[in-house]
Structures are given as C-alpha cells and as structure tokens.
Ligand binder design. Structure first.
Ligand code: IMP
Ligand code: MG
Length: 185
C-alpha cells in the first residue's frame, strides 16, 4: 500500500511471520487453559484484528468482549491519564479472562485496564499482547503472552494505526514521518 503525505513504510514483520506466531500463541493458550472456559477481552480498536485471528486458533470453549480506552491529550499523556470510553457488555465474574492488546508501549493502558478488570472479580486475568516495546516502559506490566518484542519504533498495520490510517495493512511496518518526526502520541 502507498503511504500517504510523504510518510514512509518499512516492513518489520511479514504477514507470514505474524500468522505463524499468532497460531503458536493460540496453541499455547489452548494448552494452558485445557478443560477451562475462557473469556477474551479485546482492546478496541487496535487489537481487533489480532483477536479475530487468535480466537480461531484457540480450541476451547471461548467467548469475547471488547473494551475501549482513550488517552488524554498530548501534554497530559505524560501524567498517565487513561479513560474508559467503552465498558464491557457482560459480567466477567468467576471467568478466566485474557486481556488482548495490540501493543504494549509505556504500559499505562494495560496497567489501567488490569485495575479496571480486576475490580470485576474475574477468576483469573492474563495479558496477551501481539507486540511489546520494553524500551519505552513507564509502568511495570508483566504480559503472559507476547507475540514479538520490537525496537523503539512506531509501527502500523495489522490493526495498528497512525491517525486511524494503515490498520488494514497485512504486514506490520515501521512508519517514518517526514523530517524524522516522532509519531508516538
Ligand atoms: P501504552 O499505554 O503507552 O502502553 O500504549 C498503548 C497504546 O498506544 C496502544 O494500545 C496503541 O494504541 C498506542 N501505541 C503505542 N505504540 C504504538 C505504535 O508503535 N503504533 C501504533 N500505536 C501505538
Ligand atoms: Mg491500542
């Protein structure tokens, strides 16, 4: 796909590598929760594509729900403000849950969501993230399932966006802005 506005895209993870890794994660989750019922909680919108591939590689009785958050504007982002914009539709009390994220960056979003979800008394809460940029962590978060550890670069595709664009790319690409600007919010 052609990049817009003189933005440049460089492939970091090809669709075939993503596909292989997602099905490995699905098999691992299936083995870890054998005999149990599982409830997946996808973080909108970025994780929707990862979740829809992953759930088909989980051979268990499984249900899903979505939750959405937004970070406050640029200046206050550094203060770690995250706000719920869409809550869960159904109760998770007593369920084994896995929070499904596209990318773990500073860790603020997942740290916040773990707090919110644990208040709802699930039987267990695990975290699965397709990507992790450990180098940018501000909050300590220990994900249970990580697809790929990636360098400190801004990536798009396979659900990940820049200003709502590029979610439809099949490969995950590093986005380079003109003048070397940093795309991170
Ligand atoms: P965190 O709260 O800093 O861990 O980041 C969470 C959110 O920031 C992710 O769910 C993404 O929406 C966004 N984000 C962080 N890094 C990237 C990236 O490289 N590409 C696209 N979105 C990103
Ligand atoms: Mg996201």
């Amino acid at each position: 796909m052609k990049a817009a506005h003189s933005e440049r895209l460089r492939i970091l993870l090809r669709r075939s590598a993503i596909e292989r890794r997602v099905s490995q994660l699905g098999r691992q989750i299936t083995a870890d929760f054998r005999g149990e019922r599982l409830h997946l909680i996808g973080v909108l919108k970025g994780a929707s594509i990862f979740l829809s591939d992953l759930i088909r590689d989980i051979r268990l009785e499984v249900s899903l729900d979505f939750i959405a958050v937004s970070s406050y504007g640029q200046s206050s982002r550094s203060s770690g403000q995250v706000r719920l914009t869409k809550d869960l539709d159904n109760s998770i009390e007593g369920l084994h849950t896995i929070l499904i994220e596209d990318i773990l960056d500073t860790g603020r979003t997942i740290a916040y969501l773990q707090r919110v979800i644990l208040q709802r008394k699930p039987r267990s809460l695990h975290v699965a993230t397709l990507l992790s940029k450990s180098g940018r962590r501000v909050k300590e978060v220990r994900p249970d399932y990580v697809g790929f550890e990636i360098p400190n670069e801004f990536v798009v595709g396979y659900g990940l966006d820049y200003a709502e664009r590029y979610r439809n790319l099949r490969d995950i690409c590093v986005l380079e802005l003109p003048g070397g600007r940093d795309p991170h919010p």
